[in-house]
Design a protein around this ligand. Sequence first.
Ligand SMILES: [Zn+2]
Length: 161
Amino acid sequence: MQITNNIMQNNLKKLQYSELSLLDQALVDKAVAMTDDAYAPYSGFLVGAAAQLSNGVVLGGCNQENASYPLCMCGERVALYNAAANYPKESVVTLAIVARNPKKKLTQPVSPCGACRQVIAEYESRYGSDIRIVLKGESDDVIIFDTIKELLPYGFDDTFL
Ligand SMILES: [Zn+2]
């Protein structure tokens, strides 16, 4: 949580859920609903995500764990892969990521892991457009990033290949 605490102290777009646009609220609501479907029997850490596509479609995802721990997949990546598999020609405009932890109330938004940041960056490159990222925990605090570049500066991408 230290990293998240540091994020909260910077000059970021921090606001309350009630201050979001109705579209963003609906997207966050979808992500919250997706946490109910998370398959997390080992960690109990429930992540839901919702991707708003350029054609208006919203697709969800949630984390998928496995007894073979390295095979676990984060909820935001499931949402992105869901979008890419079903609507390969539509860009992801906004990605809402919500987490819930029955063992410990998440009072601040939870930030995506490094692997997910790299995957989000890949889709920004693929679509040629930024992906807004809306983060929320179990409080009403929300943080918005306009692009993954704010969370993954100096990242590795296809320009090196
Ligand atoms: Zn992740």
